[in-house]
Ligand binder design. Structure first.
Ligand code: VG1
Ligand code: CO
Length: 542
């Protein structure tokens, strides 16, 4: 065992979902090691403890795992559960932590960020409940990174990650486990696989799933092809590649091109779906029809008791603040609470653990339930498959009927990417300063009824998270939200979220871009976007 002298890096503060940097940045000497030792120090007394370990298969995944194995051995861990070939989707890792009751897990992923030598890499620590470390833990890790002076590492040979089985390093057992089977079994417990299989056999149910060359490929092949009998040729891009085939593994209409083409063609299957780098996001499509993630959450909530695992009903729901308020309407009708949390899955953990909620989601293509403590891409796709098998209606029909009952929330997120960090901070600061002055102002066809900076008090542990995004509430019912991304690695990304409610069923099938155009213009004026960013329009609209 070696103790290696090191000195702090000042840029290891975890963001919305772990520490993310350009891969090359991660590869510099001691960078990964410092952060891992800081996680271990935050866990405290690591002797005898156990961890789940795996990643989304991107470039640097395997070398990072080898390093972490050596460090875990040197820090006295008793057991590591590692996905075969180092592969674990984020939801699968969350499940394994819970199922095998480990002291948490380390997931190597930069999620939807591109991978490869010139892409991004990331690392996150999940706590024993299977969920992303809450802010008090990430803050402790960050503080440790600022004072670290040494780390411990074993000098053993690399472990073979390809073969299932156990290896011993001193007192630590390294167990290579099947990455997929526990997860696939759990999906069978939640959903009615028999019913879906009948639909597939009778050719009344079909799916195209795009794994985007990322981690969900093996999961999708096992579940959709082997267990459900779906058409193998429609599970596309299902071999995980270190650079995701040069693509951007973010399941949205802009990045899942191949899938969009199939779903907008005459031969489109009933359901189209995609997931991201680490398998926690999902995009849901019908034939020539896009379901916004916010609507998907609302439709799931409204139909939750149709699904085997939730037939007794659910205690409550939650959404992140910028997510549209479609789910609120459903909760109101069901008579259950709807919580509004800051962006990032870590804020749902306490609510799920305390059984205040059983279903939650984010506008950024994330939905999940109390089955694990992460958002879950394939789980969401199966939810829709199961729902289609029950309702025997098209995706579009299900969603438009939903709107007739609850009203439609037109929704769009406008991202200004890789802008100068100082200018982005100035934009937010300037906006914050003028908030109170905005109230009651008439802007275009709207009146500003409220303007505030979102702060969240966790109802379970009372912890406070301030400055989570600026909300401009408008009358007639619409919202504009401004916040800076916490997952990017180059400059800053400004996210502008636009939402407009329409109760009139005669006005629910308009084009989203057109409906939101006036709000997009307003957002530029309110935040002086052109002045601060030098951009006249957003780079990506989802
Ligand atoms: C983004 C999304 C957020 C999501 C986070 C992690 O964060 O907006 O909703 O939880 O990514 O998702 P930000 O700070 O860039 O807006 V993933 O799939 O990276 O684990
Ligand atoms: Co992800």
């Amino acid at each position: 065992m070696k103790t290696v002298k090191t000195s702090p890096f000042t840029d290891q503060e975890p963001g919305t979902s772990g520490l993310r940097k350009q891969t090359k940045h991660f590869q510099q000497a001691h960078y990964l090691e410092n952060f891992v030792q800081s996680i271990f120090s935050a866990i405290g007394n690591t002797v005898g403890k156990t961890l789940v370990l795996g990643g989304d298969g991107r470039f640097f995944n395997v070398p990072a795992i080898q390093t972490i194995i050596k460090m875990a051995a040197a820090n006295g861990f008793s057991r590591l559960l590692i996905g075969q070939n180092g592969i674990l989707s984020t939801p699968a890792a969350s499940l394994l932590i819970r199922k095998y009751k480990t002291d948490g897990g380390i997931i190597l992923s930069a999620s939807h960020n591109p991978g490869g030598q010139n892409g991004d890499f990331g690392i996150k620590y999940n706590t024993p409940n299977g969920g992303p470390a809450p802010e008090k833990v990430t803050e402790a890790i960050y503080q440790n990174t600022l004072s670290i002076s040494e780390y411990k590492i074993e000098s053993n040979e690399d472990i073979n990650l390809d073969t299932l089985g156990q290896t011993q390093i001193n007192d630590m057992t390294v167990e290579i486990i099947d990455s997929v089977s526990d997860y696939a079994d759990m999906m069978e417990d939640i959903y009615d696989f028999e019913l879906i299989k009948q639909g597939v056999k009778s050719k009344t149910l079909s799916l195209c799933f795009d794994a985007m060359h990322a981690v969900t490929g093996p999961y999708a092949r096992e579940i959709f092809i082997n267990r459900l009998g779906l058409d193998a040729s429609l599970v596309i891009n299902s071999i995980p590649l270190e650079d995701f085939g040069g693509g951007h593994p973010d399941p949205n209409q802009a990045h899942a091109e191949e899938l969009m083409k199939i779903m907008n063609s005459d031969q489109a299957p009933d359901l189209g779906a995609a997931s991201d780098g680490d398998g926690d996001r999902n995009m849901i499509l019908g034939q020539n029809f896009f379901v916004t993630p916010s609507d998907s959450l609302a439709v799931m909530s409204a139909n939750i008791t149709e699904i085997k695992a939730y037939k007794a009903g659910i205690s409550g729901v939650a959404r992140s603040m910028p997510t549209s308020q479609a789910v609120d309407k459903v909760a109101e009708k069901l008579g259950i609470p709807c919580y509004e949390t800051p962006t990032g899955w870590k804020f749902f953990g306490n609510l799920l653990d305390a059984n205040k909620i059983a279903l939650c989601g984010e506008e950024s293509f994330g939905t999940g339930s109390n089955h694990i403590r992460e958002k879950d891409g394939i789980w969401a796709v199966l939810f829709w498959l199961n729902l289609l098998a029950i309702k025997k209606q098209s995706v579009e029909k299900i969603v438009s009927s939903h709107w007739t009952i609850y009203g439609r929330h037109y929704y769009g997120r406008h991202d200004y990417e890789a802008i100068d960090s100082n200018s982005a901070n100035k934009l937010m600061m300037t906006l914050r300063e003028k908030l109170t002055g905005l109230i009651s102002k008439k802007v275009g066809d709207y009146t500003i009824t409220d303007a505030c900076d979102f702060a969240y008090t966790d109802p379970i542990d009372g912890s406070i998270s301030a400055k989570q995004g600026i909300i401009i509430q408008l009358n007639p019912d619409a919202r504009i939200i401004f916040r800076l991304s916490g997952t990017g690695t180059q400059g800053a990304t400004l996210r502008v979220y636009l939402e407009k409610y329409e109760a009139d069923s005669n006005k629910q099938s308009f084009d989203t871009t057109q409906v939101l155009e006036p709000l997009a213009e307003l957002s530029k004026t309110i935040a002086d976007i052109v002045h601060f960013t030098g951009r006249t329009s957003a780079d990506v609209i989802t």
